[in-house]
Design a protein around this ligand. Structure first.
Ligand code: ADP
Ligand code: MG
Length: 555
């Protein structure tokens, strides 16, 4: 049934390479009910691969696809199935996270689209019609028949159910008064710093009795684990005992993970934000007045702009930016935090007068964030006992085992150190009004948005350094954040009158729909980012201009 495409390709054999373009736009039958469309033909054999779209009906008619999370999960499962075999097609299945991606999307009626890259063969810039026909009219229909339509229905159902359980668990957290949940038996460490699969032979997670929670999940049923309540949670323990690993797992818990990952039921509220120091980054008109009371050279901390932030000011800015974007959970690891923003102990208070120290340490602000702003914090601080004074609970990691040492910490904290608190309440965060003219994805008359790994977003003429934005999971999500920003401008959400939180509200609604609705026909592989990563990319755009600071909208 792929006869039409085959004879067309064979007819083009030997023609100039650019004639491949004549294939675009039409829906070529591949199989019964399956059609392929060339959406973007590469200009020459060395350009990025051509983009094909294959439309089909999802298999597994019995599978309930009413909930968006189930469609996202099935799409992820099928993209992985299609990407598994070796072959000439490039299918972006992503990593351990189950994200909505442009490579595979499923509609509520069960219609689906698979988007893949394929290098159209063209030795000496002539069309190789026979080779193209072999790939597109034989290998591609085989791939779809065997690996997508023929995927194992039991594994598909198990995958979809597991993801729905995680999503359900995450949505239940606020009602349970929790910001995170770590299931008993979860495997937190990863194979290596460059391999996100589970480590072998790891000590499985076991919840301390005092924080043990049982939840009922729609498919798995009763599930036990540690519930991390709202408020201030401090993780202590000796070096190499698994503190950072726990925090990393919580950072990753804003996303769902594939079955077998070990973190399937390690979930964090969807707006959790990893905060770190990032010296050298740009900061554009951020009110860091809560953290900084004065700056040398007449800089106004209530309206701070710098092209080269210090460790402490960058972390202060990242905190305020996360709150501005709507996060209610901050995740901080001492390994990547600025010490002088985190603590100032009794002896240093004695030696250096407060009048010569412009920084208000986080230890004096974290309670106000929890009490006045309902912003919780989970932080790893093995090195500073001053946090015992402000913690609602203290977790100890010891040989990868987690215990609740809050009572003991209270005893220790009862003996005064002579330290005095240095800050009052955390003021309401003022929101920024970004200038749309400064958010420009065009370069030499063309739109240019792409990612280099997960560390750099190419946005128009600008390279945005996002290596410190830890919750970017893969390059597709970095590209997605760039395309989302561009969409926010072109759709008029970011219009110079709306504050950033209002822009993100509108953008978020669009991001929940089909990828095509906001990627503007980009042939790139895209994964849908959270609003927080979109904001994090904008925050690091050095060209960003902000027209004004406004009071935040009532939420
Ligand atoms: P810390 O932050 O307390 O210094 P890390 O979280 O960096 O410790 O962990 C130290 C090492 O132990 C890492 O190599 C990590 O992969 C490993 N590790 C962490 N948790 C476990 C576990 N549950 N089982 C086995 N190894 C683990
Ligand atoms: Mg550590």
């Amino acid at each position: 049934s792929a006869q039409e495409l085959r004879s067309t390709l064979e007819g083009l054999d030997g023609a100039p390479y650019a004639r491949y373009r004549s294939l675009t736009g039409r829906a070529w039958p591949l199989l019964e009910g399956v059609r392929a469309t060339l959406r973007h033909a590469q200009a020459d054999p060395f350009a990025p691969p051509s983009r094909w779209e294959v439309r089909l009906a999802t298999p597994f008619a019995g599978l309930d696809l009413a909930a968006p999370v189930r469609r996202r999960a099935l799409a992820s499962f099928l993209a992985r199935a299609a990407a598994a075999p070796d072959g000439p097609f490039r299918i972006d299945a992503g990593g351990q996270e189950v994200l909505q991606r442009s490579s595979f999307e499923i509609d509520v009626d069960g219609s689906a689209v698979l988007r893949l890259g394929y290098h159209l063969p063209g030795p000496r810039r002539r069309i190789d019609g026979r080779a193209a026909a072999a790939d597109l009219t034989r290998a591609l229909p085989d791939l779809v028949r065997e690996h997508v339509l023929g995927a194992d229905p039991d594994r598909a159902r198990a995958f979809v159910d597991a993801v729905e359980d995680a999503d359900h668990l995450r949505r239940s957290l606020p009602g349970l008064g929790l910001v995170a949940f770590v299931a008993d038996g979860a495997v937190l460490p990863r194979a290596s710093g460059v391999d996100d699969r589970p480590a072998r032979g790891a000590v499985p997670f076991a919840s301390p009795g005092s924080l043990r929670v049982e939840v009922d999940l729609p498919h798995r049923g009763r599930t036990r684990g540690m519930g991390v309540p709202t408020g201030v949670t401090v993780v202590v323990g000796g070096g190499f005992h698994g503190k950072s690993t726990l925090l990393r797992a919580l950072e990753a818990g804003v996303h769902d993970h594939v079955p077998g990952d070990g973190r399937e039921l390690v979930v964090t509220v969807a707006d959790g934000a990893a905060i770190r120091a990032e010296d050298g980054r740009a900061v554009t008109r951020v009110d860091v007045g809560a953290f900084v009371t004065g700056l040398p050279g007449g800089l106004d901390p209530r309206d701070l702009t710098t092209a080269d932030a210090s460790g402490s000011t960058s972390q202060a800015a990242a905190t305020v930016e996360a709150l501005e974007a709507g996060s209610r959970l901050l995740l901080i690891d001492e390994d990547t935090a600025a010490t002088n923003l985190m603590v100032r102990d009794a002896r240093m208070q004695e030696l250096v007068a407060k009048t010569s120290e412009p920084l208000n340490p986080f230890v004096d602000l974290v309670r106000s964030l929890a009490e006045d702003h309902a912003v919780s914090t989970v932080l790893v601080v093995g090195a500073s006992g001053d946090y015992l004074d402000v913690a609602d609970r203290v977790l100890l990691m010891d040989s990868y085992r987690c215990s609740d040492v809050t009572a003991r910490a209270r005893e220790v904290a009862a003996r005064p150190t002579g330290r005095v608190a240095e800050a009052g309440r955390f003021p309401p965060v003022r929101a920024r009004l970004p200038d749309p003219r400064s958010v420009d994805a065009s370069a030499r008359g063309k739109r240019r948005v792409s990612a280099v790994g997960t560390g750099t977003l190419r946005f128009g003429e600008h390279d945005v350094d996002v290596h410190a934005v830890r919750q970017f999971t893969d390059p597709g999500q970095v590209t997605g954040a760039g395309l989302a920003l561009d969409h926010a401008v072109r759709a008029g959400h970011l219009d110079g009158r709306r504050s950033l939180p209002e822009v993100l509200d509108r953008l978020e609604a669009d991001l929940a729909g089909p990828v095509e609705g906001w990627t503007g026909g980009s042939p790139a592989d895209v994964a849908v980012p959270r609003r927080h990563e979109v904001a994090a990319a904008l925050d690091r755009l050095r060209a960003l201009r902000v027209l004004a600071l406004t009071e935040p909208p009532a939420r």
